[in-house]
Design a protein around this ligand. Structure first.
Ligand SMILES: *Cc1c(COP(=O)(O)O)cnc(C)c1O
Length: 426
């Protein structure tokens, strides 16, 4: 085997790696033209040794940045003891992680899986079980939502682009406008069993749920005996400065005290880069899925759970919830200035904690876009060339999802890079 790496190890080079992908990897992604080899803190490096500031965070995954010693150490120690043993047996990391997630979320229980799509899939099955005896199965979700790439995930997702060419879809999903309580109420049918929303829509362009919407949904779901499900895959795990997005959104809101959904999907930041997903179920429904009703080979391996436990420990020890909130506010203030100074390029900015979306103008000044490429994709390329990694959302939003432990210098570096690129384009 040839080594595919950079630095001091002889590798096949950027063109060589791309040739391997062209030949052997299913081309489902429009990739950017760099080969990344390693990272440290808020930065990653390509095989030519070029350094990039990582504001994409692996799509809201690398909560502690790259190569955090506590996470690396926890994975190393656990890997020497037991990597995997299946769910036929008990392991301590899974039990301890479940206890932590319940402590952080609310009274209930947790099921472990490997990804966000699987976490949502578990919630869909929970909802179907819940309504089964009454023949109720339908789940209402929001337009512009994103819930994963499995067949049920794309059926639940409120965006046509992920569904094209994959019909027939899984039946039982209908979409309503986000942040519109009346639209949900109107859409409820005798078959409806649950409502699923993101606390902050990620792929949809960083749209924050309004406090009254959350409180209203809880009341509506109680009145109509529907499960209220929250997809916290992207906005959860301290991304907004609290463990869940609703804890942040409902701070100090009358009627928001004690708010709890009935089911919550988590993944992305949970393992700080190590793949792990989970769903939490509120107490009265925690035993709806009994022995034999659901399962997965890899879910909750001791290795994945040890990684997630290490992330939670670091967040607590280093006070990263408060830090993410403070740095998020600082970045947002900087971005507001950027938008004001370059209003022919930027239309606005939204965000909560370490989850921000920069909205491009419909026709952004100075941005030359070729063919089918979106303005957001083109700007992502330009920022990469300038040394900043970001994530596009839709055609006109640039998402910033930096690690929770982003340093002040790195925040300033990011703002300076955005400023120089904006100034050049504008
Ligand atoms: C990323 C994401 C998913 C899907 O997670 P995967 O791990 O890619 O399956 C689901 N919901 C939301 C809100 C996401 O951001």
């Amino acid at each position: 085997m040839e080594a595919v790496s950079g630095g001091s190890t002889p590798g096949v080079g950027c063109d060589g790696v791309r040739a391997l992908y062209d030949r052997y990897v299913v081309p489902t992604y429009a990739r950017l033209g760099v080969v990344l080899t390693h990272g440290s803190g808020c930065h990653v490096y390509d095989e030519q040794g070029r350094r990039y500031l990582d504001f994409g965070g692996g799509i809201a995954v690398n909560a502690l940045g790259h190569a955090h010693p506590a996470l690396v150490g926890a994975i190393e120690r656990q890997a020497r003891r037991l990597i995997h043993c299946s769910n036929y047996y008990y392991t301590e990391p899974q039990g301890r992680l479940a206890r932590e997630l319940v402590r952080l979320t609310g009274p209930g229980k947790v099921f472990f899986c490997n990804s966000g799509a699987e976490a949502n899939e578990g919630l869909f099955k929970l909802a179907r079980r819940f309504g089964h005896a009454e023949g109720r199965f339908e789940i209402l979700t929001a337009l512009q939502s994103f819930h994963g790439r499995t067949l049920a995930g794309i059926s639940a997702t409120g965006q046509d682009k992920v569904k094209q060419g994959f019909d027939p879809l899984v039946p039982g999903f209908r979409h309503v406008p986000f942040n519109d309580l009346a639209a949900v109420e109107k859409a409820i049918s005798p078959a409806t069993v649950a409502v699923l929303i993101e606390g902050v829509q990620g792929e949809g362009g960083v749209n924050v749920a309004r406090a009254e919407y959350l409180v209203g949904l809880r009341r509506l779901c109680d009145e109509r005996r529907l499960l209220l499900l929250m997809d916290e895959v992207q906005c959860g795990c301290f991304r907004t400065g609290r463990f869940t997005s609703w804890q942040r959104i409902l701070e100090g809101v009358a009627g928001g005290e004690g708010f709890l959904p009935d089911g919550v999907a988590m993944a992305k930041s949970l393992g700080g880069g190590f793949p792990i997903g989970a769903f939490w179920v509120r107490e009265p429904y925690a035993d709806l899925l009994g022995p034999g009703s659901h399962g997965t080979t890899f879910g909750g391996t001791p290795l994945a759970c040890a990684a997630a436990l290490a992330v939670l420990e670091v967040v607590e020890r280093e006070g990263l919830a408060a830090h993410a909130r403070r740095m998020g506010e600082r970045l947002l203030a900087g971005l507001r200035g950027l938008v004001e100074r370059h209003s022919r390029l930027w239309a606005g900015v939204r965000g909560l904690g370490m989850m921000m979306g920069l909205q491009l103008q419909p026709e952004p000044a100075g941005l030359v876009v070729s063919g089918k490429q979106s303005p957001a994709a083109r700007l992502t390329e330009i920022l990469l060339e300038a040394g900043l990694l970001v994530i596009p959302a839709g055609t006109h939003v640039i998402r910033l999802l930096p690690p929770l432990n982003l340093s002040e210098e790195a925040a300033e570096e990011g703002l300076a890079l955005l400023e120089s690129v904006s100034a050049r384009l504008d």
